[in-house]
Design a protein around this ligand. Sequence first.
Ligand SMILES: Cc1cc2nc3c(=O)[nH]c(=O)nc-3n(C[C@H](O)[C@H](O)[C@H](O)COP(=O)(O)O)c2cc1C
Length: 277
Amino acid sequence: MAGQHDISAVKRQAIWRLTSEGETMSAVAERTGVSEQTLRQWIMSAGLDGSDRPRQSPPSGFVALAFTPLEASMMQREARQFYQQMVTRRSVREFSDKQIPASILEHALLAAGSAASGANMQPWHFVVVRDAAIKQQIRQAAEVEERELYATRASDEWLNALAPLGTDANKAFLQSAPALIAIFLKKATIDAEGQRRKTYYTSESVGIATGILITALHRAGLATLTHTPSPMKFLSQILERADHERPFLLLVVGYPAAGVLVPDIERLPLSEIATFV
Ligand SMILES: Cc1cc2nc3c(=O)[nH]c(=O)nc-3n(C[C@H](O)[C@H](O)[C@H](O)COP(=O)(O)O)c2cc1C
């Protein structure tokens, strides 16, 4: 149930949309889920009759949405082109040692940081590793875990699922790729004063941010590998991260090695991945 604070925020925004933005009662009712009758009461209690629409500044804590409607044909083109570009993304396990411009990584990380997150807690931290000695340390630690995984930890079912990918415990790409991005999930945030705040829907949020990061790097002409050495605790130690951060995933980033091959896999058709009701 919405608390006092939430109701007043909805009310402020509804009045602003009806008066300053000139939206209709029915549009605001649909947008807010508040009945038209209640909206009329709100307008009257605010001393407005809804017919005169004074230009007001947005209610405190709100700004106008920066939204550019696209023309129908443009929408079709954008949707198709985005799909066509994304379907060429593949995980790469052999990288060239060509360096990546820092600003490409920075912009991709800023894009990732724009992700939706539970209560806007932004429960992620990205550690970009370009230092050769640290990459070597990460490779060594990952290979210890991966040798264990392939030898004893992984079930036969898991090993069978991995077989078509041709992967093994050797993780040379952790050293050869120009950048590794270690992604940490914040179980809590701690501000400069040491104030601890709980985070919400953390896996969902960090998963969304990671998807945007992979997409941004792909669109910028780079290849990635989503790597999850299991377990990943060694990343916290090597990268000296605090206890409230949990290693989520290790993204290997760079240019693909010349002539690299990738597993010949297929995507499920739309009819299997989506249901329209
Ligand atoms: C959460 C997640 C964990 C993954 N972990 C590994 C990994 O540890 N090692 C690896 O070689 N590939 C890993 N992959 C890559 C998958 O094998 C790959 O995405 C899948 O085979 C589909 O291939 P594609 O990425 O080329 O489309 C992972 C992918 C995801 C999404």
